[in-house]
Design a protein around this ligand. Structure first.
Ligand SMILES: [Cu+2]
Length: 153
């Protein structure tokens, strides 16, 4: 029995090194500071796949908010709207920007107020079961650049 499990462990080790694997890397991650009492905050970041297999990001979670999801902004009949994005595919070597006016991390109902300078832990869930823990920094919005961020749900 012991010999068999050692054999299996060796096989798994070999399989583990040979298998192509995607790897999500999150950088430049920030959350736009919102006025006190705001129930919705948006997070932005660069998501890259540093691995050698495709990955799919399914959603996000944060203990600091009652709900989190991935959103995209679409223009329907000239009106900018947000809708949930249920899957974000990243080919090996590809990266995608979550940026104002486009795809973003939607954080709803903060459990405590968040202020500029705070760090918020966010977890991305991948289709292969991987969970990627990241930290977003709350940052004050720069003047007018964010005025286009008023969307209708
Ligand atoms: Cu949104």
């Amino acid at each position: 029995m012991r010999r068999l499990s050692a054999f299996l462990a060796a096989m798994l080790a070999v399989a583990g090194t040979a298998r192509a694997e995607g790897r999500l890397v999150v950088s430049e991650a920030w959350i736009r500071e919102a006025p006190p009492g705001a129930t919705m905050l948006a997070g932005y970041a660069k998501l890259s796949n540093d691995g050698d297999a495709p990955i799919s990001v399914l959603t996000a979670q944060s203990d600091a908010f009652r709900s989190a999801s991935l959103h995209e902004t679409v223009v329907v009949d000239g009106v900018s709207r947000m809708r949930e994005l249920h899957r974000l595919d990243l080919a090996p070597g590809a990266s995608v920007a979550l940026a104002p006016g486009g795809r973003h991390l939607m954080l709803m109902h903060p459990r405590n107020e968040v202020h500029a300078g705070d760090k918020v832990e966010v977890r991305f869930l991948l289709s292969d079961g991987a969970r990627v823990e990241t930290s977003f920094e709350v940052t004050a919005a720069e003047s007018d650049e964010g005025s286009g961020a008023h969307h209708q749900h």
